[in-house]
Every structure is written in C-alpha cells, then in structure tokens.
Design a protein around this ligand. Structure first.
Ligand SMILES: Cc1cc2nc3c(=O)[nH]c(=O)nc-3n(C[C@H](O)[C@H](O)[C@H](O)COP(=O)(O)O)c2cc1C
Length: 234
C-alpha cells in the first residue's frame, strides 16, 4: 500500500534533479572552505573526488557490529568511497572530523542510544562542537525485540547528531515486503533476515549517494537520477 492508500508495486523513478552547472559548482567550492580544501587536496592526488565515510558503532554482544559491517558493505556499492569502520571504544574525534558522511549505530538501551555512544559525543567530541557542521549523517540500532524502541534509539542518535550540526536523513525506499528504514536501519537482535540485512546495506548506500551528490558534486548519483528500480511500499 502506498501512503495514499493505493496498492503499488515496485516503481521506477525517472525524475531528474538538476544540479549546478560546472561554473556554478566551482563558484560554490570557492565560497565553501570545507569543500575547497577537501576537493583541492583530493583532486591533486587522483583527479577523482573520493567521499569519506565513517561507520561508528557501539556493540556489547555483537549485533550492532554486524549491522555496522552491512552498512559499510552498502557504502561500497557506490564507487569512489573510502570507508572507515570504528568501534566507539577505539574511535577518535579525528575520525569524525575526517569524514564527509557518518552512520552511527548503537544497541537500543532503554529506548535510547547506549551510554558509551552518548559519552563519545559528550566527552570525546566536546571540543569539536561548532567545528563539524554540515556533514551528512544517519542512524541504526539493534534492540532486544520488535517494539523494544529501536526507532526511538535511532531518533535519539539523530538528535545528538543534529545538536552537532549534522544534516541527518531517513530513507523512503522499501527493502522488502513491509520492510523499510524511514528513521534509520533497525533490527531485533542480529540482522538475520534478508530484509534486515538489506535495510543496513541500503542505509550505507544512501549515505554514500548523498555524499557523492552533495560533497563531491556527482549529481548522477542522486537516487532520483538513477534509472534502476527503487522499491515502493508493497
Ligand atoms: C542496559 C540495556 C538496556 C537495554 N534496553 C533495551 C530496550 O529498551 N529495548 C530493547 O528492545 N532491548 C533492550 N536491550 C537489549 C539490546 O538492545 C539488544 O540485546 C541488542 O541486540 C544488543 O545489541 P549489541 O549486541 O550490539 O550489544 C537492552 C540491553 C541492555 C544491556
């Protein structure tokens, strides 16, 4: 069912999003110091912009780790992305400073992000507040069961990220029957089913697409500019 009540199957979107012309893009790069520095540095190396993506996660019993690995797998579907996978215990503020796009995952703890993930943002990232604005970000969470608050935990992660000035997003696409990730990818315990696994992969893929479009100026990577079929509510 679609949101307006009509039964739909998979549909193909052909809408095109017009990006800036090349002169406009160069002008924007000149006025945006982060873009100018980032592109300048990377273009001299390889002549192709490389998006940088951090998958940062906490995990006590390994379930969120498995989700994080799938998110990173999804990132790699988009060419030209460099991905770092970091457990919150070993992560440094520099990892966040380094990235253009960030996926944050946590076990659902009382409907919220874990205390370790919260501490990372409270303490490790304290000095970076007002210095990391404008990066793209999303969330994922593993809970003990469906209805246990995994989407609430995603929202709590997104709230923290918004406080730091990140541009946070959800995903409209479905990944299987009755399965989507509007507020981030969620799983009950480990991501065992194909739907759960594909939700994690889709999150990473969409993060990489947004980085490609918005940071690297690759408008052909916009999901609405692709001819491949995207899954609608089913
Ligand atoms: C302190 C604590 C609080 C938890 N709170 C919730 C909760 O509110 N809802 C829920 O469904 N599961 C809750 N759980 C279960 C975990 O979210 C679940 O086992 C998850 O899969 C663990 O992920 P991990 O293997 O990455 O640590 C809690 C677990 C702990 C240790």
């Amino acid at each position: 069912m679609s949101r307006n009540g009509k039964r739909t199957s998979s549909i193909t979107f052909h809408a095109r999003i017009d990006g800036p012309s090349e002169p406009e893009r160069q002008a924007r790069i000149l006025v945006n110091p982060r873009l100018a520095l980032g592109l300048g540095k990377i273009l001299t190396r390889s002549n192709t912009p490389m998006g940088k993506i951090l998958v940062l996660y906490d995990s006590r019993s390994g379930n969120t780790t498995k989700m994080a690995e799938l998110v990173a797998e999804g990132v790699r579907k988009i060419p030209g992305m460099e991905v770092r996978l970091r457990n919150v215990e070993g992560a440094k503020a520099d990892d966040v400073v380094w990235c253009d796009g960030l996926a944050v995952g946590s076990p659902t703890n009382m409907g919220l992000l874990s205390w370790k993930m919260k501490r990372f943002w409270d303490e490790t990232m304290q000095d970076q507040w007002m210095k990391v604005d404008g990066k793209l970000a999303c969330a994922f969470s593993s809970s003990g069961g469906w209805g246990g608050g995994n989407e609430l935990a995603c929202q709590s992660i997104l709230t923290v990220l918004m406080n730091f000035g990140f541009l946070v997003f959800g995903v409209t696409d479905y990944v299987g029957k009755l399965a989507t990730l509007h507020y981030g990818a969620v799983a009950a315990r480990e991501p065992r089913s194909e739907n759960d696994q594909n939700a994690c992969r889709k999150l990473g893929e969409r993060l990489a697409e947004w980085v490609a479009v918005m940071i690297d100026g690759r408008k052909e990577d916009h999901p609405l500019n692709k001819s491949e079929t995207r899954m609608a509510p089913n």
